[in-house]
Design a protein around this ligand. Sequence first.
Ligand SMILES: *Cc1c(COP(=O)(O)O)cnc(C)c1O
Length: 394
Amino acid sequence: MDYQAPPRIPMSSPDLTESERQAVLSVLQTPNLSMGPQIRAFEEAFRRFTGSRHALAVNSGTAGLHLCVLACGVGAGDRVLTTPFSFVASTNALLYERAVPVFVDVDPVTGNMDVEQTAQAAQDLQAGGAAAQRWLPRTGAEAPGALKSLLAVDVFGQPADYDALRGISARHGLSLIEDSCEALGAEYKGRPAGTLGDCGVFAFYPNKQITTGEGGLVITDDERMSTLMQALRNQGRAPGDTWLEHTYLGYNYRLDELSAALGAAQMARIDELLTSRQQVADWYAERLAEIPGVEAPVLIPSTTRVSWFVYVIRLARGADRAALAERLGARGVPVRPYFSPIHLQPYMMERFGYRRGDFPVTEDLGERGLALPFSGKMSEEQVDAVCRTLASCL
Ligand SMILES: *Cc1c(COP(=O)(O)O)cnc(C)c1O
């Protein structure tokens, strides 16, 4: 007799309806496939949703982060305080400009930058000498460099502590970049994620809260930064340049009209999309409370609204995560370790001499975190099935 495998639950799935399909098809009825009305509509939707003065759609979250780094004037040898508990793009955007990411460890509850350590690191780096050395990587930061900026990440849809981070950046004259690629719709003390620094970035890969296939978007209230970033995303064409005039070394970071139309249709449903993700997270929280040996995500009071991106549980210390993942996978429940610390990626260890043990909280979270299947499309029965399988595999 054939063994009938249980239906596999997808790790994530985009939430798309007829309105998204129609939006994309209608662009195909026109000759405007780039730099047209859909981009403008998509950007307008973000200005409205976040209250931000400027919005620039780009072709990935990583491209958006790179533009922010450029607009903040971060260059070769400059030092930027950031987190090793993130997706690699937040650090890579600094490396593209040959800046030195200076990591501080994270808060064990939220996984966001530890603000006390960040304050100390900023003070020590500006003091220089032995005090600064303690924060710098073993190699790759020999040349003197100025502390220029702070790049924080809103991990798993929960904003970092921006009152503290803004205080630090004001005290030391640093720009503040907010990687909100996981936090569209989240709020910190009632203020929208993405608006909490000098510029903020969102991303629209298919597992994010909204998708454009590939895509990203930068928001800022700063006119100068916006104008510069608009030029840089469009091959360095400044206002007034013709198609073949390029004031700056730029990039092609433009989003196309089809993707923008998809994004605008998703933004028209943003409340519904966030609400269904919240519902799925609530179903998970209820059931996980009954399962010993796993910790559900914890929200802190400054998170007046979380925006669920992934659903990451923590296993007990010493649990065999790989074996558990294997058993779950065999029973139709895909799971992923999340995040894998940035400082332990091979290219980072080679360039900066990082070792296991350098950022213990990040490593602990990295070793115990397990992302469960998650999307706004999951049914209560699917959440039930995941939790029952998890309980029995533990
Ligand atoms: C998704 C994500 C990005 C951007 O990813 P892209 O694939 O380039 O759109 C950046 N930072 C974080 C923390 C992310 O989760």
